[in-house]
Design a protein around this ligand. Structure first.
Ligand code: NAD
Length: 332
């Protein structure tokens, strides 16, 4: 099958392209390099030794998309392209609503024009509100706490409406928990521009000596060691979930929602300690004030994805900390 991957030069997109190529799919990537670079494409070629097609451009641009669909006989689309920094979305909400929603609308309209109806969307656990119980199931109440989360919720609603309007659409909403780690080759991984928003790239910059210490925001949460607990998932496991979702859409109609997580929570302090242990490095840290809006803990119930997609996260937290460090060390 020929799969269009928007945002395929990004962190999760690049790992998914590797898995798609390795499972025999043809891949067409679109990216505007707003948060990535062309180097990633060379790395994908080095890892897979397989060919793929790349178009540089903006997914919001319908004329550009039409030109890609005219040249490529696309079967299914995986839509990663979008902005993802929570803090920036609070400071600049219009940038987030414009890019995340506009890109999705343009893409869906062009897909419809070209009779392509299989769509996998990158949603996020941040669409959920503060959970009353754990683990989190797909039918838990939805209540994002920032504009980024709202872009995901609004797009989910658009996709639900679309699916209700016509049963030709086959849609998978994948709600990712906290992707970390890197490809075991150390060639691709997460290396954000500027100061990282997420904890793991920050820990890696401390582990590789680029920053002095990790700032742990709060150690008085209602968790075992007092630091926040999240469901970290290896990015390669997450990537494999997309291959299963593409297969699923070929034999299942309508819209489906899946949590992609491990179902296991780990604390920030555990991430630091495990990074130190598996890589034999020091990760100094300091305890700072809690950040407003952070919650004690959450983790997924991934049983629906286990059962319906035949997918299960296989890599553990030590694999995640080891692979993230190998990538950070090589790309320091
Ligand atoms: N990384 C996470 O923690 C996480 C968690 C939940 C959901 N997600 C979602 O998964 C998707 C991928 O995340 P990621 O971590 O790989 O992010 P990323 O920033 O590494 O990748 C996104 C890619 O999309 C490209 N892009 C952005 N807007 C574009 C546009 N209009 N046209 C063309 N290309 C565009 C960027 O250049 C980048 O390469 C995003 O939609 C994100 O919101 C990520």
């Amino acid at each position: 099958m020929k799969i269009l991957v928007t945002g395929g030069a990004g962190y999760i997109g690049s790992h998914t392209v590797v898995e798609l190529l390795e499972s025999g799919h043809e891949v067409v990537i679109i990216d505007d390099f707003s948060n990535s670079s062309g180097e990633v494409l060379d790395k994908i070629s080095m890892i897979t030794d397989k060919e793929f097609v790349f178009y540089e451009g903006d997914v919001c641009d319908k004329n550009f998309l039409e030109s890609v669909f005219a040249k490529e006989n696309i079967d299914s689309v995986i839509h990663f392209a979008g902005y993802k920094a929570v803090g920036e979305s609070v400071a600049n909400p219009l940038k987030y609503y414009r890019n995340n929603i506009d890109s999705t609308l343009s893409l869906l309209e062009v897909m419809d024009n070209n009779k392509v109806y299989n769509f996998v969307f990158s949603s996020s656990a941040c669409v959920y509100g503060v959970p009353d119980t754990l683990p989190m199931k797909e039918d838990f109440p939805l209540s994002p706490t920032n504009p980024y989360g709202y872009t995901k919720l609004f797009i989910e609603q658009i996709l639900k409406d679309l699916s209700h309007s016509n049963d030709k659409w086959n849609i998978a909403l994948l709600r990712y928990f906290n992707p970390i780690g890197a490809h075991e080759s150390g060639l691709i991984g997460e290396n954000p521009n500027g100061v990282p928003n997420n904890i793991m790239p920050y820990i890696m910059r401390v582990a590789t000596g680029q920053y002095d210490k990790v700032h742990v925001f709060g150690n008085d949460y209602d968790t075992e060691d007092g630091t926040g607990v999240r469901d970290y998932i290896h990015v390669v496991d997450l990537a494999k979930g997309h291959i299963k979702a593409i297969d699923y859409l070929n034999s299942n109609d309508g819209l489906s929602i899946f949590n992609l997580g491990t179902g296991i929570g780990h604390s920030v302090m555990e991430l630091i300690k495990i990074t130190e242990k598996v890589n034999d490095v020091a990760v100094p840290y300091v305890i700072d004030e809690r950040r407003p809006g952070d919650i004690d803990e959450y983790y997924a119930d991934p049983s629906l994805a286990n059962e319906k997609l035949g997918w299960k996260a296989e890599k553990d937290i030590e694999d995640m900390c080891r692979d993230a460090y190998i990538f950070a060390f090589k790309n320091n």
